[in-house]
Design a protein around this ligand. Structure first.
Ligand code: DGL
Length: 261
């Protein structure tokens, strides 16, 4: 049975969802967190919808066996397809895209925004649909998520890729706000900011963590007891987790556990 002490589940194709874990650790410091990164299959952004659906089901079903009380889909690519399958599960699933869209519409009140994301996310048109009248200038990247996920981040190489993509957005339209629409990108947010100090780069992780907090409050599921557990399950190499967690200055997990089917 789900209780206040049940963990929050967070999933992503790889290390990107740790950006949401970071915000959860700040907003909900007492909560148990179980993270699932499918690093063996990253990047999802270049896969077909069928493959993404089936890989996502596997992660959700695993997290459900761990008795999670809510699942944060800390992956934009998965968030674009999750509505097709979320009705099959009893657990509440919270996407990374919808909360940030609400914030852009209601608080930032922008007329236009840039979007850098995976090819799948950009081509899905999900941000465009959700943002309605707000014009979206999107650019997909086929390589940036995988480079970040490798844990071997060559700043010069990332800088070159960032410049190509953001310049291409700016050529279409001079936007002052760009959504980092792949959870891997905020890990290198400082590189985006160094190249374009005049642009506001939005990291959707805070809004997602806030949406998770609101849901738990509403359902009276906020953990009150002291002591917490943070565990990471990965289908890939655990070494890179140390690198990325260090970059994000995360509270470290009790264990990084190899997940094999
Ligand atoms: N982190 C994921 C996202 O937010 C995608 C990376 C990938 O292509 O797997 O879209």
């Amino acid at each position: 049975m789900m209780t206040k002490n049940s963990p929050i589940g967070v999933l992503d194709s790889g290390v990107g969802g740790l950006t949401t874990v970071k915000e959860l650790q700040l907003l909900l410091p007492k909560e148990n967190i179980l993270y699932f990164g499918d690093n063996k299959n990253v990047p999802y952004g270049n896969k077909s919808e069928e493959e993404i659906v089936s890989l996502t089901r596997r992660m959700i079903e695993f997290l459900i066996t761990q008795n999670v009380k809510v699942i944060g889909v800390a992956c934009n690519t998965i968030s674009t397809i999750i509505d097709q399958i979320s009705g099959d599960y009893d657990v509440k699933i919270i996407k990374v895209i919808d909360p940030v869209v609400d914030n852009i519409k209601n608080t930032l009140r922008k007329e236009k925004v840039g979007l850098i994301a995976t090819n799948f996310t950009v081509n899905s048109g999900y941000y465009d649909k959700m943002l309605g009248d707000i014009k979206v200038y999107g650019k997909g990247s086929g390589e940036l998520a995988a480079i970040v996920d490798s844990g071997k981040i060559d700043r010069a190489e990332v800088k070159d890729i960032v410049k190509i993509h953001i310049d291409s957005i700016l050529e279409s339209e001079k936007v002052d706000t760009v959504i980092l629409g792949c959870t891997h990108y905020p890990i290198v947010k400082d590189i985006f900011e160094e190249c374009y100090p005049e642009i506001n780069f939005i990291n959707p992780a805070f809004q997602q963590a806030d949406a998770i907090k609101n849901y738990l409050e509403e359902k009276d599921l906020i953990k009150e007891e002291k002591g917490k557990i943070f565990k990471v399950y990965t289908s890939g190499d655990e070494e890179k987790y140390h690198v990325i967690m260090d970059m994000l200055n995360l509270e470290l997990p009790e264990a990084i556990i190899q997940y094999n089917d």
